[in-house]
Write a protein that binds this ligand. Sequence first.
Ligand SMILES: [Zn+2]
Ligand SMILES: [Zn+2]
Length: 166
Amino acid sequence: MKIKVSTLTNGKHEIPFNINVKELKLEKPFEDDLSLQCKVDKSDHQIIINCDLAVDASFACDRCNTDFIQTLQNEFQIVYFFDKESADEENFNIRYLPEAETTIDLTVDTIEFANCSIPMKKLCDEDCKGLCRSCGIDLNEEQCDCKNEEINPVWDKLLELKDKLN
Ligand SMILES: [Zn+2]
Ligand SMILES: [Zn+2]
């Protein structure tokens, strides 16, 4: 995923990448192709790169355990300065590009931002009703007659423990 900067003219350029996740050595949950749309703005002093990343991933829903595929998205900006003073060592998105460097490789950044796009909570749907805690039926598809009271998740573990003790 390289941008050849030495031959790039000043001004705005759109550079798209489409690459199979296997080539990036991205493993599960990632699937198929990753797309990275780069908007590159080059001037005499710097190159600003804005990237839109999209990639499919397959998960099992945290609530109902159904497998589903979600398109993960992330965006990031990287700025390369041609003089060392302008770069910011504290900020890894603001970098120094030595004159001798002819290309910018976005592979490592892409892998990192793809990994950051994995959600903490994996839900097949925001409104997924999950499984009935008494009979295990999928409440998205069927209803049951169990009387489930809303239980504060903090109590869940205690109730589980109580079940075990009984
Ligand atoms: Zn679900
Ligand atoms: Zn039930």
